[in-house]
Design a protein around this ligand. Structure first.
Ligand SMILES: *[C@@H]1O[C@H](CO)[C@@H](O)[C@H](O)[C@H]1NC(C)=O
Ligand SMILES: *[C@@H]1O[C@H](CO)[C@@H](O)[C@H](O)[C@H]1NC(C)=O
Ligand SMILES: *[C@@H]1O[C@H](CO)[C@@H](O)[C@H](O)[C@H]1NC(C)=O
Ligand SMILES: *[C@@H]1O[C@H](CO)[C@@H](O)[C@H](O)[C@H]1NC(C)=O
Ligand SMILES: *[C@@H]1O[C@H](CO)[C@@H](O)[C@H](O)[C@H]1NC(C)=O
Ligand SMILES: *[C@@H]1O[C@H](CO)[C@@H](O)[C@H](O)[C@H]1NC(C)=O
Ligand SMILES: *[C@@H]1O[C@H](CO)[C@@H](O)[C@H](O)[C@H]1NC(C)=O
Ligand SMILES: *[C@@H]1O[C@H](CO)[C@@H](O)[C@H](O)[C@H]1NC(C)=O
Ligand SMILES: *[C@@H]1O[C@H](CO)[C@@H](O)[C@H](O)[C@H]1NC(C)=O
Ligand SMILES: *[C@@H]1O[C@H](CO)[C@@H](O)[C@H](O)[C@H]1NC(C)=O
Ligand SMILES: *[C@@H]1O[C@H](CO)[C@@H](O)[C@H](O)[C@H]1NC(C)=O
Ligand SMILES: *[C@@H]1O[C@H](CO)[C@@H](O)[C@H](O)[C@H]1NC(C)=O
Length: 822
């Protein structure tokens, strides 16, 4: 951080000097060469540059392949037309292009930004920086703009309707910001537009009819917003549309995949379209190569017209509720498919895997999860396609599909939720490309050693998920040889013994370790803490002291850890659950002072990029058994903060410094021996949604400050020695009377109101036992589906394919064919 400030101030200083002497520059230098750059343009540029910060590129994560960010040239007393990112009109010397893509720039836009003085700009690209604030109105003066790209920033506010006055725009990209509100109807004026992207914002409303005016549009991207309403049938008036992305919205209605002959890509997954998916009349095979309509509410038979879409390469119909038999033969015409997603069709038909695969020549990714699949054909096709990605979760499979899997190509294999028994075959560890292996929820009993001789396996495995099986005994040492292992989930088995020290060999790669619900005993080897990001060893028989660590998630729930914990600080911790152990002692009042990650979201570590990089593969999900607190998975690593110290023997006062943990969402201190008052600093925890201090020895009043915490929807103060007036906020009036049980002298209108009908529980109160309501568990759910390493890194870093950031591996393929290029 220090370096970063230093850099910025050096630049500002240099710039001010330049700026002061700028006017005299030509005289002073007395160089006869004529500069193309016009002084007014240079001044506007330098002024613009002063409006933002340049961030330290070695601290900030950036997605860019070739970050420009070379601002050095801007400080040189040279022709501004030669500066990085600047193009001038060769005759007039006016700046016509400003390309600041990936330049590590940050700061709020100035509404009156000096950009407006660059009247001749036709291209403005500020994408992939850290700009915030609203779209500056000065851009509205740049009437010659044809290309405007503000994507991948932190821009907020609404889309100004004056954008509709930039008639000359052919390319407009506002995607990946925090923009809300509706698309202004003035967009209907932009009839030179060929490409419009507003994906990944918080836009609402329906698809404006005026957009149908944009007949030159060939690329339209609306995905990851909150759009509602239907897609009107006359979208066919966009007769030049080739790529249409609208997934992850709330579009409804039926869909007739209309005949726009130019259409190449249609991605409408994860909406609420319903009815039967219609294809209209198709005479000749359409050009359509990518069709993703998975995860909607389609219902009924699958149209046989599908067999005419013979140019399809990527096809996803997942969660199409067929409610009956399916003729899988209709897919036999789609010979060029590379990706096929047919998961969860709710069909009674069993798919004969080897027969089915014989239809395809190029298939390399297949998802048949949630259907009945038979993989027992004894005379498999001579050459099954060389699959890289195979998801057969919940297919009723009883035998390892060896013939398909034991290839040099397999990279991503999901066999979870099946009935496979016995040993995990040893040859798996020798497959050179296998990156992701999910064996969860079968009845495997042991891991077979590698069949390959020699000291090291050639394992490439990054994700090994084997929870919910029947494994027993010690963790096999072969796991410590998986040099690239990133995530290991062996939870819910019967493993026993010590947690092997050799897991420490994986430092540098292992980030997430879940050994929850086994029978491990002993301590946690100190050496595994160095690099781990999340650790869940809840529900074992582990002992020892609270470790120091740099984890983000630490779950020690239900073990036999003991001792006082006052010497530990957790700067990175976002989630800590040390409940149901034997920790004791008092916590000093400044105990939480250095818990930075819970005090603020904006640490250097949490740069925007991390939303994607931090963990695109593996979402650590918290199952909050807290009524009504639906926590979205996505929030976990990014923003979720929780602290659970319940069920220990802590005593003394609740540290006042708890009020510093401003981002805390869940706080549970119940079932300890805390005494004294509830600190009023809790009133500073504005993000808090759940607070439990029940079953302690707390006295005094419930701080009135809690009445103003607007997100607080669950509180429990029962079984203490509290007295006085219960705060009056609406949150308090929605509580269950039992939240105040067993205190000495609480009173007040809110209490009377909720305890009036004490014997008639309200319909919406779930009658869970107190223990369940209070408890939360961190269960680590692997949702990952990865693919070959090269692809992973390559695509995460270098492609901006919209669909994909939430969980890049859900669909392996259409990112390939539809990666957006500039
Ligand atoms: C950028 O940050 C790195 C790491 O903190 C530091 O070593 C470097 O000096 C900084 N660079 C500048 C120019 O401040
Ligand atoms: C400034 O320009 C001169 C020549 O035009 C060049 O040699 C020098 O490297 C430049 N300095 C910087 C910091 O870019
Ligand atoms: C924009 O307005 C602010 C005050 O509102 C002023 O401080 C700033 O200098 C102005 N910037 C430009 C580029 O005119
Ligand atoms: C569009 O650009 C042309 C020059 O390319 C210019 O003459 C025209 O005025 C611009 N249109 C608008 C509405 O500014
Ligand atoms: C559609 O474009 C025409 C110009 O081609 C324009 O006159 C009209 O106002 C636009 N309609 C809407 C609804 O924006
Ligand atoms: C349709 O788009 C193509 C490129 O995708 C372009 O070459 C063609 O000119 C466009 N046609 C119209 C009418 O805009
Ligand atoms: C499209 O259909 C809607 C009704 O669904 C209608 O209001 C609108 O005028 C039509 N637009 C065009 C361009 O046909
Ligand atoms: C699945 O299909 C059956 C009919 O075969 C139907 O009764 C059932 O409701 C469907 N399941 C879902 C979740 O719609
Ligand atoms: C485990 O797999 C079975 C099918 O074999 C499925 O019914 C069950 O829901 C799965 N359990 C979990 C926790 O996924
Ligand atoms: C697997 O190999 C390790 C050494 O590589 C050996 O210690 C272990 O006993 C073997 N396990 C089995 C089940 O063969
Ligand atoms: C797996 O373990 C469960 C409980 O531990 C047991 O009921 C079941 O019979 C075991 N299954 C197999 C195939 O061993
Ligand atoms: C709440 O936070 C503010 C500053 O953010 C601080 O001044 C105040 O003392 C805090 N209140 C309590 C009760 O800790």
């Amino acid at each position: 951080m220090k370096g970063f400030h230093k850099l910025t101030s050096t630049i500002s200083l240099t710039l001010s000097i330049l700026f002061l002497f700028g006017c005299n520059y030509e005289d002073v230098s007395a160089v006869p060469t004529t500069h193309l750059c016009r002084p007014d343009q240079r001044d506007a540029l330098l002024q613009f540059k002063n409006e933002f910060e340049v961030l330290n590129s070695s601290v900030i994560y950036n997605r860019c392949i070739n970050p420009l960010g070379n601002i050095e040239s801007w400080m040189n007393n040279s022709d501004c037309c030669t500066w990085d990112g600047i193009t001038c009109n060769p005759k007039s010397g006016e700046v016509i292009e400003l390309d600041f893509q990936c330049s590590y720039l940050g700061g709020r836009f100035h509404p009156n930004s000096s950009l407006q003085n660059l009247h001749s700009l036709t291209t403005l690209d500020l994408s992939q920086n850290y700009f915030s604030g609203q779209i500056p109105s000065s851009i509205g003066n740049l009437s010659l703009l044809t290309y405007l790209d503000l994507s991948f920033n932190q821009i907020s506010g609404q889309i100004p309707s004056w954008i509709g006055n930039l008639y000359n725009l052919t390319y407009l990209d506002l995607s990946e910001n925090n923009i809300f509100g509706e698309i202004p109807s003035s967009f209907g004026n932009l009839n030179h537009l060929t490409s419009l992207s507003v994906g990944r914002n918080k836009l609402t409303g329906s698809l404006p009819i005026t957009l149908l005016n944009l007949t030159k549009l060939s690329y339209l991207e609306l995905n990851f917003n909150h759009f509602t309403g239907t897609i009107p049938p006359n979208i066919t008036s966009l007769s030049n549309l080739t790529k249409f992305y609208a997934s992850y919205n709330a579009f409804t209605g039926t869909l007739s995949l209309c005949n726009i002959p130019s259409m190449d890509t249609v991605v409408l997954s994860d909406n609420q379209f319903n009815g039967i998916l219609e294809f209209g009349n198709i005479s000749s095979p359409p050009k359509l190569r990518v069709l993703d309509v998975g995860n909607n509410n389609f219902r009924g038979p699958i149209s046989g017209t599908i067999s005419k879409l013979t140019n399809l390469v990527d096809f996803d119909l997942s969660h199409y509720n067929t409610q009956g038999p399916v003729d899988f033969g209709i897919f036999s015409h789609l010979k060029w498919l590379e990706y096929l997603g047919l998961s969860h069709l709710n069909t009674t038909t069993t798919i004969d895997l080897y027969d089915f695969l014989s239809y395809f020549k190029r298939l390399d990714a297949l998802d048949l999860s949630g259907n009945h699949v038979s993989a027992t054909n004894t005379i498999p096709v001579s050459d099954p396609p060389l699959l890289n990605w195979l998801h057969l979760s919940g297919c009723g499979i009883a035998k390892f599909p060896e013939k398909l899997v034991k290839t040099q190509h397999i990279g991503n294999l999901d066999l979870s939720n099946n009935k496979i028994k016995g040993k995990v075959p040893g040859w798996l560890w020798t497959l050179p490309k296998l990156v992701y292996l999910n064996l969860s929820n079968n009845t495997f009993t042991s891991f077979e050693n590698s069949t390959e001789h020699g000291p090291k396996h050639r394992a490439s495995m990054m994700y090994l998920l084997a929870s919910n099986n029947n494994f027993t005994g010690k963790i096999p040492s072969l796991i410590c040889d998986l040099d690239f292992l990133y995530t290991l989930d062996l939870s819910n088995n019967n493993f026993s013994g010590l947690i092997p020290r050799c897991l420490g060999n994986l430092k540098g790669s292992l980030l997430d370790l879940n050994l929850r619900q086994n029978r491990f005993h002993g301590g946690i080897p100190e050496n595994i803490f160095e690099y781990l990001r999340t650790l869940d060893v809840g529900h074992n028989q582990l002992t020892g002291k609270l470790p120091r660590s740099l984890l983000k998630i630490l779950v020690l729930r239900s073990n036999a850890f003991h001792g006082p914990i006052h010497h530990t600080s957790f700067p990175k911790l976002q989630i800590i659950d040390i409940s149901h152990n034997h920790f004791n002692g008092a916590l000093p009042s400044d105990y939480f002072v250095k818990w930075s990650a819970m005090s603020s979201l904006g640490t250097v570590d949490d740069q925007p990029g991390e939303m994607y990089m931090g963990d695109p593969y593996y979402q650590d999900s918290l199952v909050l058994m807290n009524k009504g607190l639906g926590m979205e998975l996505v929030r976990i690593l990014k923003i979720f903060r929780a602290l659970d110290f319940s069920g220990n023997r802590f005593e003394g006062e609740i540290p006042r410094s708890i009020g510093l943990l401003k981002e805390l969402v869940v706080l549970n201190l119940s079932n300890n021996a805390f005494t004294g008052h509830i600190p009023s600093s809790l009133g500073n925890l504005t993000a808090l949604e759940s607070l439990d201090v029940s079953k302690n020895q707390l006295s005094g009043e419930i701080p009135q400050e809690l009445g103003s915490l607007s997100f607080l929807s669950y509180m429990n103060f029962s079984h203490n020695k509290l007295t006085g007036l219960v705060p009056g906020g609406t949150q308090f009036r929605r509580l269950n009377c039992s939240s105040f049980d067993g205190n000495i002298g609480l009173f007040g209108p809110s209490l009377e109101e909720i305890c009036r009908d004490i014997h008639m529980p309200r319909p919406y109160e779930t009658p869970e036992s107190e223990e369940e309501v209070l408890s939360w568990i961190a269960a680590v759910i692997g949702v990952v589906p990865g693919i070959a390493f090269g692809w992973v890194i390559g695509y995460i870093l270098f492609s901006y394919k919209p669909e994909w950031f939430i969980n890049p591996f859900v669909r392996s393929k259409h990112r390939r064919s539809s990666t957006r290029t500039h």
